[in-house]
Write a protein that binds this ligand. Sequence first.
Ligand code: SF4
Ligand code: SF4
Length: 134
Amino acid sequence: MSTIREKDGFDFTFDELKCGECDGLCCIGESGFIWVNSGEMREIAKFLQIDLAEFKEEYLKKINYKYSIKERRVSQDNYECLFFDREIRGCTIYDVRPKQCRTYPFWEYFKNNTDELMRECIAISKIKKGKKDE
Ligand code: SF4
Ligand code: SF4
């Protein structure tokens, strides 16, 4: 079975197999937001076997009316998600990770910023113009 995924409206493909060769670069780097909705919060808290209040306190920061997963500062301008495990170079809540993580790299933002995405993720290949219409 092919590990290469593509999605309508995006001019790139994503090869999941490459994640095995990567250091989890999509979970580390510049500080950003990793949004979680209320259903995801409940699911992750259940997975961690802690109550929702404790989960919010320990792992989330509130930005206006939304919540984002806290990050750990590793060095200057270099952060990692609290759920990123440096030993295994992967996500410790993988099965219940938020939708934002599940849908990466097929984000609206990357439709017009494929070059930026390619600098971040080794699994991306641009679809050659005309190829999709063959
Ligand atoms: S940056 Fe790309 S290749 Fe690396 S783990 Fe994330 S999705 Fe996989
Ligand atoms: S929740 Fe998991 S997949 Fe999402 S940024 Fe954090 S470590 Fe990465």
